[in-house]
Design a protein around this ligand. Structure first.
Ligand code: AMP
Length: 375
């Protein structure tokens, strides 16, 4: 594969925080950036060399991006996959559009994972209204109904706990008018994620396993290293590597997993890009997930992912931002603040994160609690 050398221009479909952090890492390495996003002065646009402001579905704008780029990447998986596949025919899109298409749809994603012998949450596709009732016989209660496409941070999801709530699920299904699945509810002991990088030469590297804590279905904290046994860690890494290899990933893939009460690892979902649960790597690993993504798509050797310190990453949502700004003088000297430059703050919108580094989790939890930002 051709090596895209520093000095070249990387085009990013999407101008959010992930694009911003890819650009910041790549600028250190000497790359130039151009981004496409409908919001003027987007988080990525603020740090890129240039932003094309247009809807993602506008082919003319995507072609303009392609004309100015030596390599194209995407920073979120709901990029119009038709646009990505057209770009693929004329430009260098090393991640390809196939993985994008698979991960945009839970049915395709789970079916593909299953065919690669990867353990996934037992599920069924809803074909008729009656399936919403009969799902109880195959999957039991509670169960989770999810839209096949477009869901994130718990949006497009309904947990059905008893017979009386079936009518809620039926109403939601009729109203949504999109494909949906029903999954068995997994009473997990922990949620984990593993990010794997793979380059076109087939070289692969995992990042240390993160233990993720969600509040209202939104990632709140990533604790690294995850507090799991050595064997569980090896299983999580093995599953992640198998996925990256089977899917012939180029770039990053983030794999979210459940660790069940019985100690089993089950894959929940995939993201073919840098991931919120990998933000800890910016300050705690020799190579960050963003630098690694650039290395992978540019055909460079992958960097060392060794963890240098225990770390807790805490997300800053809209409701936390003013408290963070008021308490800047109280942040410990080993806490690293990252803000995304979003113009508008709203409840539950991801505005930034803080990486708390230190020798023990007890100490880090104490620092986090004393700040009283997330209480
Ligand atoms: P997802 O959008 O699939 O990542 O789901 C968001 C969050 O909902 C997950 O991080 C879990 O906390 C929870 N969740 C999703 N699916 C299940 C399930 N099948 N069983 C238990 N909890 C789930």
């Amino acid at each position: 594969m051709e090596v895209i050398k520093p000095g070249s221009t990387i085009g990013i479909l999407g101008g959010g925080q992930l694009g911003r952090m890819i650009s910041l890492a790549g600028r250190n390495m000497g790359y130039r950036f151009i981004t496409l996003d409908p919001t003027p002065d987007s988080p990525c646009g603020q740090v890129a060399d240039f932003q094309i402001t247009a809807p993602f579905s506008e082919l003319k704008a995507a072609k303009e991006l392609a004309d100015s780029s030596d390599v194209i990447t995407y920073e979120f998986e709901n990029v119009d996959s038709n646009v990505a596949s057209i770009l693929e025919t004329t430009s260098f899109v090393p991640q390809g559009s196939t993985l994008l298409k698979i991960t945009q749809n839970r049915i395709r994603e789970k079916t593909t994972l299953h065919s690669c012998d990867v353990p996934v949450t037992p599920f069924m596709v809803i074909e008729t209204e009656n399936d919403i009732t009969t799902a109880i016989d195959c999957l039991g209660l509670p169960y989770v109904m999810k839209t096949a496409t477009g869901g994130y941070d718990g949006k497009g999801q309904w947990v059905i706990r008893n017979q009386d709530q079936i009518s809620i699920a039926i109403e939601a299904w009729n109203k949504a008018g999109v494909d949906m699945i029903i999954e068995q509810f997994i009473p997990f002991s922990k949620e984990l994620s593993v990010i794997v990088a793979r380059n076109a030469h087939g070289q692969m590297k995992t990042f240390p396993v993160a233990e993720n804590v969600h509040t209202n279905n939104i990632l709140h904290q990533s604790i690294v290293p995850a507090r799991i046994t050595d064997e569980q860690r090896k299983t999580a890494e093995r599953v992640a590597l198998r996925i990256a290899e089977s899917f012939q990933v180029v770039g990053l893939i983030a794999i979210e997993m459940f660790l069940t009460n019985e100690g089993e690892i089950i894959v929940n979902e995939l993201a073919p890009r840098p991931h919120n649960s990998g933000h800890y790597s910016m300050d705690a690993c020799i190579t960050s997930q963003f630098e690694q993504h650039i290395r992978a798509i540019c055909g460079l050797p992958l960097g060392d992912t060794t963890l240098l310190s225990p770390i807790i990453m805490v997300n800053i949502l809209g409701q936390h931002l003013s408290k963070v700004l008021d308490k800047m003088d109280q942040l410990p000297p080993t806490a690293k603040l990252h803000l995304y430059g979003k113009k508008e703050s709203s409840k539950n919108r991801k505005m930034g994160h803080i990486n708390f580094l230190g020798p023990t989790f007890e100490q880090l939890n104490q620092q986090i609690n004393e700040l009283q930002i997330w209480t």
